[in-house]
Ligand binder design. Structure first.
Ligand code: NAD
Ligand code: UDP
Length: 307
């Protein structure tokens, strides 16, 4: 099969491409390289990939056997740098992906996000929770953009019978994250490896759950291959961690001399986010298998190559 991955040069796109190639497929990687670099694709078998430099806001056409719509910056720092661009990517990009899917009569899988739950009032979050989202805050370009993305896809499924899969991906980490992309795992590891102060925002008692990238990609592929309809499926690791616990764990795993510095918490930063993955277990027979220490050690090894 030949699959299109939009945002294919980014963290998840690159890992997904690697996995699809290992399964014997070829991939088309469409990316504008706004939050990644072509060097992130080194190591992929060149004869099996096509790279297209294109902005998903603008329509595109090609034949392919399936679409993974991953184009969109995922780091809060990156998506807030140009919020108008982010919401255009998250909305127009979805129209263009699903229109292409209809023209080819192939499935489209959307990389949605746990951010659709906003600053949740219940924990853990299951797919039937509608969320608690600020429509005009600094995270809204991403959160609301991704929510509209789900709406667009669901309406295309209902109205035009588009074959749509929606993965609500929770915080994922691992090799091929950009070392400077500003997310917590890459920041803490890069800081710890250089004995720089660890930058905790707020008191560090906010909670996230981190899924190792190989687990996330397996879940995404199981969803793509499943008979699941357009209903969203949470893909994440339910194991909760405070940012202070994460910082201490990374300092210990890197044998670092870093101290911890505390900074202001950015606006609308969710206090707690962990997935209920019962739907993924039941419908996809999927759950993550990598424990946080093993995943972090692999990620630390990867980031060490940048020091
Ligand atoms: P990333 O920033 O590493 O990769 C995103 C890729 O999309 C980059 O290569 C970037 O250049 C490209 N891109 C951005 N805007 C584009 C545009 N307008 N046209 C073409 N290409 C564009 O992020 P990631 O972590 O790989 O995330 C990939 C997808 O998964 C995103 O849609 C994100 O919302 C979603 N997601 C990721 C996570 C996570 O923890 N990594 C969690 C939830 C959802
Ligand atoms: N964070 C932090 N220090 C950093 C980067 C992030 O304390 O250097 C916090 C951030 O405020 C948030 C959590 O870590 O509470 C996860 O941040 P990230 O940007 O990775 O993703 P989010 O889950 O907020 O989208």
């Amino acid at each position: 099969m030949e699959y299109l991955i939009t945002g294919g040069a980014g963290f998840l796109g690159r890992n997904l491409a690697n996995r699809l190639l290992a399964e014997g497929h070829t991939v088309i990687l469409l990316d504008d390289f706004s939050s990644s670099s072509v060097s992130n694709l080194s190591g992929l078998e060149k004869s099996k990939i096509k790279i297209i430099n294109h902005d998903v806001e603008d329509p595109y056409d090609m034949s392919c056997d399936g679409i993974f719509n991953f184009a969109c910056p995922a780091s809060p720092i990156k998506y807030q740098q140009n919020p108008v661009k982010t919401i255009r990517t998250a909305t127009l990009g979805v129209f263009n992906a699903v229109d292409l899917a209809l023209r080819n009569r192939v499935p489209v899988l959307q990389a949605s996000t746990s951010e659709v739950y906003g600053d949740p009032l219940i924990d853990p979050q299951s797919e039937d929770y509608w969320g608690n989202v600020n429509p005009i805050g600094i995270r809204s370009c991403y959160d609301e953009g991704k929510r509209i993305g789900e709406t667009i896809l669901t309406d295309y499924a209902r109205q035009y019978s588009a074959e749509v899969k929606i993965a609500r991906i929770f915080n994922t980490y691992g090799p091929y994250m950009a070392p400077d992309d500003g997310r917590v795992v890459s920041n803490f590891i890069m800081q710890a490896l250089q004995d720089f102060p660890i930058t905790i925002y707020g008191k560090g008692n906010q909670i996230r759950s981190f899924c190792f990238v190989d687990d996330t990609i397996k879940g995404v592929l199981k969803l793509f291959e499943s008979k699941m309809d357009h209903r969203p499926v949470n893909i994440g690791n339910p194991h909760p961690l405070t940012m202070l616990e994460l910082a201490k764990k990374i300092i210990s795993l890197t044998n670092s001399n870093s101290k911890i510095d505390f900074f202001d918490l950015p606006g609308d930063d969710p206090k707690i986010r962990t997935p209920n993955i019962e739907r993924a277990i039941e419908k996809l027979d999927w759950k993550p298998t990598t424990n946080i220490d093993d995943g972090l050690i692999k990620t630390i090894d990867y980031f060490s190559t940048f020091i």
